[in-house]
Design a protein. Structure first.
Length: 391
């Protein structure tokens, strides 16, 4: 399936339409039944949106970070789970697009993503590594040009709906836990046994229970670059910028509802400004600074990666700190913004069956500080700050 968008705006317009006409329509049911947003993902596939990060020369839209972030924020403004699925998929595609290192297999696979609009999931979590994505217990075994990889994942979003999963593991049976690689497991080569449930407060449509994975495949499905580099140069920046954008989309949705509520109050008393309008003005300050935070770092990322030696800078302590600060800042801010919107609207936001309800947005956005625990991120920053000197 080839969709050549002449410019980013027409791709963005397609996602806007899907957000309003598909994602928003099914969001309540997706949330209520903790089911995969299949209508939304089908619509995204039909418009070629899943290959947006793939370079134009391989058939994708060649979107940069700013553009991907805008797409995620637009979709999450209608359905947080759909926005998160799109962001997680883009993170995986980004890892392949930026780290295939001339591999013929991964070049062909990118063309396959474009043609078939394949959906990719991720398994970094593992029983026994306690949320540390930079350690693995499982190891990939290589023999005669093939691999075997088995992993016990604590959390795996939409794995049962994905065409492929990128899985972290040790490089071999003798490697230390941080000496990792990233392996592409194809759906047809994977046996997934669900080991826990996903009955959560929010982000219910991401369908993220635990799984035992048994898989095999061709050795060339192992990305030819150390995961340490993939993590610093792509997985972390893509995650923190795209997640921040989608959390902002949820917060902006809540502020949008607060805004239309305040306008409806104003219409009832022409000539007067409702007292809640001041609170609306106040929350819009926070919404704007949150948006500028992720947009600025998306632009920084695009500028850095456009440079010949840009990836080196992405491995620096200074960049790692910026990414950690973004993650902590936006994941703290988003729930506060939704909370303020709830106070502005009052009981109509607290009700489940009101057009101003913020029930889903509130619960979805609470996942932000847990998805890679803020405490864990802060402790990494704390160690870096002991030695880092800003110049
Ligand atoms: C919506 C959602 C979707 C997800 N999808 C996926 C997916 O697709 N694939 C995947 O692999 N994983 C996924 N995850 C899991 C995610 O990657 C993390 O593994 C998980 O959020 C961490 O869980 P944890 O709280 O048990 O981890 P931990 O980081 O171990 O935290 C446990 C507790 O320890 C505390 N803590 C941790 N480190 C420190 C420290 N240094 N100092 C003080 N306290 C600390 C934390 O505050 C927390 O209270 C998803 C999570 C969410 C919320």
């Amino acid at each position: 399936m080839s969709h050549s968008y002449s410019d980013f705006e027409s791709l963005h317009a397609a996602v806007r339409k899907i957000a309003t006409e598909v994602a928003g329509v099914h969001a309540v049911d997706v949330d209520k039944n903790a089911r995969f947003p299949s209508e939304t993902i089908a619509a995204l596939k039909s418009k070629g949106v899943l290959s947006a990060p793939i370079p134009k020369e391989l058939g994708g839209a060649g979107c940069n970070m700013r553009e991907l972030a805008l797409l995620c924020s637009t979709l999450s403004g209608s359905c947080g789970s759909s926005g998160m699925v799109l962001a997680m998929h883009y993170i995986q595609v980004g890892c392949i697009a930026r780290h295939s290192d001339g591999s013929g297999f991964f070049e062909a696979y990118q063309r396959e993503i474009v043609a078939k609009q394949l959906l990719l999931a991720s398994i970094t979590s593992e029983n026994g590594t306690f949320g540390d994505t930079r350690s693995s217990i499982c190891a990939v075994e290589r023999q005669n040009g093939r691999f075997i990889l088995n992993k016990q994942a604590t959390t795996g979003s939409y794995c049962q709906h994905a065409d492929g999963i990128l899985v972290t593991c040790r490089k071999n049976a003798d490697a230390v836990k941080s000496d990792q690689v990233l392996v592409l497991v194809r759906k047809e080569d994977a046996v997934l046994t669900q080991t826990s449930t996903w009955d959560t407060m929010g982000m219910r449509g991401t369908c993220s229970p635990g799984f035992d994975l048994e898989s095999s495949g061709l050795e060339e499905q192992i990305l030819p670059v150390d995961y340490a580099d993939i993590s610093a140069e792509t997985m972390v920046p893509y995650s923190h910028i795209l997640w921040s954008a989608l959390w902002w989309g949820i917060a902006a949705d809540a502020v949008g509802k607060a805004s239309s509520y305040v306008r409806s109050v104003a219409r009832k008393n022409p000539g007067s400004v409702p007292p809640s309008a001041n609170r609306l003005a106040e929350v819009s300050v926070h919404l704007q600074s949150m948006r500028h935070n992720w947009l600025a770092l998306a632009d920084d990322f695009d500028k850095i990666t456009a440079r010949h030696d840009g990836n080196k800078e992405l491995r620096d302590m200074g960049w790692a700190l910026k990414m950690n600060n973004l993650k902590i800042g936006t994941s703290d801010m988003a729930p506060q913004i939704v909370h303020r919107a709830l106070q502005i609207i009052g009981i109509l936001a607290y009700k489940n069956d009101s057009p101003y309800s913020l029930n889903r947005q509130y619960r979805d956005v609470l996942s932000a500080s847990l998805m890679i625990s803020n405490e864990r991120v802060l402790s990494k920053s704390a160690s870096l700050l002991l030695v880092f000197k800003d110049e």
